[in-house]
Write a protein that binds this ligand. Structure first.
Ligand SMILES: [Zn+2]
Length: 332
């Protein structure tokens, strides 16, 4: 029997008022958090959600963060929301002038490999409510101030991936839905092999084939960011520029940053330690993300304006003034 029917009506009403007051107090507390636009930014790395039996012996939920149970993702989203986090896409962080409401902490949710459990439709065409996109869409519906943002590091058709998200014939409509709904599609190479020792011309093919494939699927698409398979970069740093920009088979590509597969929260874009060629991520194993709910003082807190970069005096020396992108620097 629902709790509500067990309570006298006046008590239920009182509880509702208290809950509303608590929620308002939380919102107020967040908007009163002092701005710190040099705090760290969590970039979360997801793979499967309620995954396919991709491990021998069946799915292993929540062990290493490679296959998160749907309930875990829902709980993590609610935890982020309650902690005052606010989703942005990876491409938004290429400049310090991105928008996040006052008092909020930006978070990037990334999903690698275009795995089946990230975006599955049911017979009849509805999005499976237990796949990652279904969970993100439902969370946005019940929390309209949580926008539809997440970055999908996708793979084209390959030996590793039949088609992106693995439902043959549906890949085009899925990719277009993601792009027009506000999500980011970004490069995760073509074949998902280790990039450690590939010659430059193969690195360029890895980047350009994928770019060509996704541009065909989503006309006008520009993939601005890339994530390393397994987090492994070319051993020779001189080859990193082949991941960022180049031309192959008549296709030109330009990625403005490279994401790793571990390393904790990222530096803010205005921080002199922010390095576009090595942006760390946080694995989504339970506890790894939740830890950052408990240390809010270390995280980025927005001043609400993309035109000013506001930092406490103690951190002012850490700002890279060359990368303010025209924003005004404010110290308090
Ligand atoms: Zn991957």
């Amino acid at each position: 029997m629902p709790l509500k029917t067990l309570l006298p009506r006046s008590l239920a009403a009182l509880l509702a008022v208290l809950a509303a007051a608590f929620s308002l107090a939380c919102t107020r507390a967040q908007s009163e958090r002092p701005a710190n636009e040099l705090g760290r930014i969590p970039i979360l790395m997801y793979h499967s959600v309620g995954g396919e039996a991709e491990f021998a012996g069946g799915p292993l939920f929540d062990i290493h963060g490679l296959n998160i149970a749907p309930a875990t993702l829902r709980r993590q989203l609610q935890g982020m929301y309650d902690a005052g986090w606010y989703p942005v896409n990876m491409r938004d962080l290429l400049s310090p002038r991105f928008f996040v409401p006052k008092g909020k902490t930006p978070v990037v949710l990334t999903f690698d490999d275009a795995r089946p459990s990230q975006y599955r439709t049911l017979p009849g065409g509805k999005i499976d409510p237990n796949c990652a996109v279904g969970i993100l869409e439902a969370f946005h519906r019940t929390h309209p101030d949580w926008p539809r943002r997440a970055t999908f590091y996708v793979l084209p058709e390959s030996s590793y991936n039949g088609v992106p998200f693995d439902q043959d014939g549906q890949e085009t409509s899925k990719l277009r839905f993601l792009a027009r709904s506000g999500y980011e599609l970004a490069n995760h190479t073509t074949s998902h092999r280790s990039l450690a020792d590939l010659p430059p011309r193969t690195l360029r093919w890895e980047m350009a084939y994928s770019t060509r494939y996704f541009r065909r699927q989503v006309p006008g698409l520009v993939m601005q960011t890339m994530a390393l398979p397994y987090g492994i970069a070319p051993r020779d740093p001189a080859h990193w520029h082949d991941l960022l920009r180049g031309m192959q088979g008549g296709t030109r590509y330009r990625h403005r940053c490279i994401l790793l597969a571990s390393g904790g929260p990222a530096f803010a874009p205005a921080d002199s330690r922010f390095d576009l060629s090595r942006i760390p991520r946080i694995v989504s194993a339970p506890g790894e993300i939740e830890h950052w709910f408990t240390v809010p003082a270390s995280l980025y807190v927005s001043d609400g304006s993309p035109n000013t970069i506001t930092v406490p005096r103690s951190l002012a020396g850490q700002v890279d003034r060359r990368h303010l992108d025209g924003a005004k620097f404010v110290v308090y």
